[in-house]
Write a protein that binds this ligand. Structure first.
Ligand SMILES: Nc1ncnc2c1ncn2[C@@H]1O[C@H](COP(=O)(O)OP(=O)(O)OP(=O)(O)O)[C@@H](O)[C@H]1O
Length: 584
């Protein structure tokens, strides 16, 4: 039995993305209807031409008939151009809206989802799958409607000639369309596999290009090439497989079309032999039988295209149905203005259920104080900052900001009040201004320049050829590690958060850049609560409280001055080792 579910889904998608542009869509449909009418009228003129010539010989009327035939043909071409333009417009508008909805949805998904899908794969799902729907949004609807109406129109015209002919051809058309629909299902499943292979290929490609510097530097090119060919071959073979499985209905449809033409000829010959049809009518029957194959052929191509579209729709639906593990809070609680207080109560967390990374961590951080977190690499320091940002939720325990448990706050409200400066600073291929303001055009140039001076980037800024318009991340205008860190500080100064988490870069910086960074960090923590995952002694000396983490547990905690003064403390021993950098 044919399931109606996909058809309902097609209708929902079409209604959602075509409704906003109903006027253009309506115009497109009207133009196509006009074109259908002209295609139906036009073959009648040569029929009239032949019959009149046979009965009356050549006359003035025949010249007008020929001119009318030419005019209609030209008008039809004109309509085709305008309707093609409208189809493209409708398709782009609809697919762009779908792309934005998908992107917005993907951005709400949690960190675990993003970690388990490569960027290239997600790009393919947001853009590649949607790209394949452009025909669905424009030509599919229009062509199906167009060619179904054309078929009905032709059958109606055939009824005026002979009803047996019309009924026979109608049954034949139903047979062809039914057979084509029935043969679709396995092809759709194969297209789903092919689309997945394409996502995996682009995911791998994106990863390899992103890591090009490391791969080249470490002699990993052979690995990249081998995997490139393996994934490319899988993509290629699954696509061929899906394409070939669509060829079977095509071959069968071509056989059925030939059968249809023969049926038309046989019926025309029969009607002529029993004296029902004139030579002009025989010509009409012949033309309409052949013409019937054109819409059927187009319907066949559209159904083939629908196979790919349905595979994409399934994948798009799958993505839309993926829910974030982090549920947005109800927003019933709000945070008072000013520096934020933080508390962790018996918090335990693991990226996977059976591997705890953080175990029963409890601490409190008063507003305006700075907490320095130190410990061995892999101890769980960065994980603490991710939990505070609600990129993940703890499996046990509670994290509060200003005594409000994080799940009660709206994510937007929470994250707006905090800034995270990580070791890995992301630059956009965009202007300096956009990189600093995150595309917020309401921030004035004067403010940006003041902040750049504040963090010590004035000299760097003055050397930029196009000042705030200079493109970053491209060509010569990349940034050193130190400059990138200062730029990240500038971003934070522009957003004015009430809590700053600084996951310090452990890479060595030159002494002048270090000085700039020290000054910027001083300003950063003024009148704000700060958490610093510290790698440098200078930064830790700024902390009011210290948390020493080992294997996901608190080894030691307390005010920095007290711990430093206690020679038996772990912190004091670390300081004794110290020559500018905290050992990990
Ligand atoms: N996204 C992730 N998925 C799975 N495991 C992770 C993930 N991120 C970190 N881990 C693991 O969690 C543990 C703690 O990592 P975390 O980054 O919090 O340590 P850290 O103390 O900040 O280390 P470092 O000082 O080197 O930055 C490590 O064993 C790490 O391998």
């Amino acid at each position: 039995m044919v399931s109606l579910r996909p058809f309902r889904r097609y209708f929902e998608l079409l209604a959602r993305y075509l409704r906003p542009q109903w006027l253009t869509t309506l115009l497109m449909v009207l133009l196509l209807l006009a074109s259908i009418a002209l295609q139906l009228i036009n073959p009648r003129i040569p029929g009239y031409f032949i019959d009149t010539t046979v009965k009356q010989g050549l006359s003035q009327m025949l010249i007008w008939a020929a001119l009318l035939f030419l005019a209609i043909s030209l008008l039809n071409q004109g309509l085709a151009v305008v309707s093609s333009y409208l189809c493209e417009k409708v398709a782009w508008t609809a697919t762009n809206a779908l792309r934005s909805d998908l992107l917005a949805h993907v951005l709400t998904l949690d960190q675990a989802f993003h970690k388990s899908h490569t960027q290239g794969e997600l790009l393919e799902r947001i853009d590649g799958d949607v790209n394949d729907l452009s025909n669905f949004f424009s030509k599919f609807v229009v062509h199906m409607l167009f060619h179904l109406l054309l078929l009905l129109g032709m059958l109606a015209v055939l009824t005026t000639i002979d009803w047996i002919l019309s009924v026979s051809m109608g049954l034949y058309c139903l047979l062809v369309i039914g057979a084509l629909t029935w043969m679709r299902r396995p092809t759709v499943d194969r297209w789903v596999v092919a689309r997945q292979a394409s996502s995996e290929f682009f995911g791998f490609l994106g990863e390899s290009l992103g890591a090009a510097e490391d791969v080249r530097g470490n002699g990993g090119m052979n690995y990249i090439w081998r995997h490139f060919y393996q994934r490319f071959y899988r993509w290629y073979s699954t696509t061929c497989h899906a394409g070939w499985s669509g060829a079977t209905p095509w071959i069968i449809s071509q056989a059925l079309f030939t059968l249809g033409k023969v049926l038309g000829l046989v019926l025309a010959a029969y009607l002529w032999s029993v004296g029902i049809a004139s030579p002009g009518t025989v010509y009409l029957i012949f033309v309409y039988s052949a013409l019937l194959m054109q819409p059927l052929d187009q319907i066949q191509w559209q159904l083939q295209d629908l196979n790919q579209s349905e595979a994409c729709i399934r994948r798009i639906d799958g993505l839309f149905q993926t829910r974030s593990a982090i549920q947005d809070g109800p927003g019933t609680a709000t945070l008072a203005p000013g520096a934020l207080a933080v508390s962790f109560e018996e918090v335990s967390f693991g990226y996977t259920k059976d591997e705890p990374v953080i175990q029963q961590i409890s601490f409190q951080l008063a507003p305006g104080r700075v907490l320095g977190i130190i410990g061995r690499t892999g101890g769980g320091k960065t994980t603490l900052s991710r939990l505070l940002f609600r990129m993940y939720d703890p499996q046990c325990g509670r994290i509060c900001v200003n005594d409000v448990p994080l799940p009660e706050l709206r994510l937007r409200d929470l994250r707006r009040r905090m800034s995270l400066i990580t070791q890995d600073i992301q630059l956009f291929q965009a202007s300096v201004r956009d990189n600093l303001t995150f595309f917020d055009r309401s921030i004035s140039d004067e403010r940006i320049l003041a902040v750049l001076a504040e963090v010590g980037l004035q000299t760097w800024y003055e050397a930029l050829p196009e000042k705030l318009e200079t493109k970053l991340g491209a060509g010569d205008h990349g940034l050193s590690a130190g400059e990138a860190q200062l730029l990240a500080f500038a971003r934070v100064f522009l957003t004015q958060p009430d809590l700053v988490i600084l996951d310090e870069a452990s890479s060595r910086l030159d002494s002048i850049t270090e000085q700039y960074i020290e000054k910027a960090v001083d300003k950063l923590f003024k009148q704000r609560t700060g958490i610093v995952i510290a790698h440098r002694l200078a930064t830790i000396q700024r902390a009011d409280d210290i948390l020493v983490i080992k294997d996901g547990r608190i080894l030691e905690a307390g005010p920095r001055v007290e711990l430093a003064a206690d020679p038996t403390s772990h912190f004091a021993r670390l300081l004794q080792h110290e020559s500018g950098r905290i050992p990990v």
